[in-house]
Write a protein that binds this ligand. Structure first.
Ligand code: MD6
Ligand code: FE
Length: 202
């Protein structure tokens, strides 16, 4: 499946892990998720609306407002998050090889101009579990730094079908999305990029 893994600052990238048919199937599954739990733009803890739209699947969904970053058991509308699609769980098990299933699949949707600042994924209880991401649609410039704040960073384009694992020594590296290359993929009819991140929360 795809090419050999590439490691950048301890982060494992599997270019082209999902073929076109698997990507199309997954997009349909994510459309179902977004129908049950519509996309919204959370506020950062500084009160600024994020440029990325989000929703989640699983027992927990990631949420943010002025009270801070956290996991919630319900969508802001009050409904339960829908289950994580089987197509997505299959990638988690095949790539990470860990015994536990993830209990959150965060869905990020980027339109042209959306970005995500450098951050660590640290709202989970046990950093022994990896975080896995799947990219669908337009390519994104992914920046990876260090566990410590500041210092050197390196960037790589994540393309549709690429899978990325942040685990082990790299579990707490800073990372973010600088920009989207609009029109670089035909996967999503109206353009944009979907990124799924799978986590073990508690
Ligand atoms: C994104 N990804 O690709 C943002 N986090 O849109 C992440 O923030 C991320 O790719 C943890 C592990 C892998 C990731
Ligand atoms: Fe992240």
């Amino acid at each position: 499946m795809g090419e050999a893994p590439v490691f950048l600052r301890g982060v494992e990238i599997r270019p082209g892990y999902l073929d076109r048919a698997a990507q199309e199937e997954m997009v349909e599954d994510i459309r179902d998720v977004a129908r049950a739990a519509p996309l919204f733009s959370p506020e950062t803890r500084f009160g600024k609306k994020m440029s990325v739209q989000m929703t989640s699947a699983g027992t927990y969904g990631w949420y943010s407002d002025r009270r801070g970053y956290r996991y919630e058991r319900r969508h802001p509308s009050g409904v339960d998050w829908p289950p994580i699609p089987a197509s997505v769980l299959a990638v988690w098990h095949a790539v990470t090889g860990v015994e536990r299933a993830p209990d959150c699949c965060l869905v990020n949707f980027y339109r042209e101009g959306a970005r995500m600042g450098l951050h660590q994924d640290r709202d989970e209880a046990d950093f022994g579990w990896p975080v896995l991401s799947i990219s669908l649609g337009d390519s994104a410039l992914f920046r990876i730094g260090s566990v410590e704040r500041g210092g050197k960073t390196e960037s790589v384009w994540l393309n549709s079908g690429d899978v990325c694992v942040i685990g082990g020594e790299a579990r707490l590296v800073h990372h973010g999305i600088d920009r989207i290359r609009a029109g670089s993929s035909t996967l999503l009819a109206d353009g944009g990029r979907i990124n799924l991140t799978l986590r073990v929360v508690d």
